[in-house]
Write a protein that binds this ligand. Structure first.
Ligand SMILES: O=C[C@H](O)[C@H](O)[C@H](O)COP(=O)(O)O
Length: 224
């Protein structure tokens, strides 16, 4: 199967996972990226079965609205029963690196408000140790150089993502050469640097379920 077909397969599996639980007043949390987009496109077929969605990016909000799905402000919703999103890397504990599409901060906020995080990914995203994928860090623009120097002290090789401004008006540093042995500790450590908005480690709040697509089908995994 191609990577696109695997993304379609996990998007379909996520629909199967949540469809029996949808109520007329259900508001879902929706992620960002090519895998989440496939989920959104399939969700459109169920749009009369639930109330709407909270989006983790302007791009996803636009796609949802394009399908006639109402998009709500998170502040007016409170909590959502499910957050469905892709990942750039995921380990056996369902800790993830996210933010390849620069949506990490809003993703982390919506995930924090979710009762269950369902991660959808093709098998290429499953790793033993996080860090081959460069870890994104969202920074306040004026703190960019300072944060980069602090990240070097932690062992990373941060590279400014040229031309990218996040939905929050901030910048992204991508940390290369950064193998992460303790994702929970490193997530907290990077977030403690002044000027960091958040980093792409989703470990303190990892996924509850991973739907992992490979040539042999979609596997349903829970944290080890
Ligand atoms: O900022 C982007 C998000 O974290 C995405 O969920 C992540 O990059 C995975 O995207 P894709 O499904 O396109 O591989």
């Amino acid at each position: 199967m191609t990577q696109d077909e695997l993304k379609d397969a996990v998007a379909a599996a996520a629909i199967d996972e949540i469809a029996p639980h949808l109520e007329r007043d259900t508001i879902l949390g929706i992620g960002t990226g090519s895998t989440a987009n496939r989920f959104i496109d399939r969700l459109a077929r169920l749009r009369d079965d639930f109330m709407g969605a909270v989006a983790s990016s302007e791009a996803s909000a636009e796609r949802l609205r394009g399908h006639g799905i109402e998009v709500f402000e998170l502040n007016s919703v409170g909590t959502v029963p499910y957050y469905i999103d892709g990942a750039d890397e995921v380990n056996a504990h369902l800790h993830m690196i996210k933010g390849g599409g620069a949506a990490l901060t809003r993703e982390k906020i919506v995930a924090a408000c979710a009762e269950r995080f369902i991660c959808i990914a093709d098998a290429s995203k499953r790793v033993e140790r996080l860090g081959d994928f460069p870890l994104p860090v969202e920074v306040i623009p004026m703190a960019r150089s300072y944060v980069a120097r602090e990240l070097v002290k932690l062992g990373a090789d941060p590279v400014y993502r040229e031309g990218v401004i996040t939905d929050n008006g901030n910048r992204i540093l991508d940390c290369f050469e950064f193998m992460i042995d303790d994702p929970v500790a490193m997530e907290a450590r990077i977030n403690a640097i002044v000027g960091v908005v958040t980093n792409g480690l989703f470990a303190a709040r990892g996924a509850d379920v991973l739907l992992l697509g490979s040539d042999t089908g979609v596997e349903r995994l829970t944290p080890a």
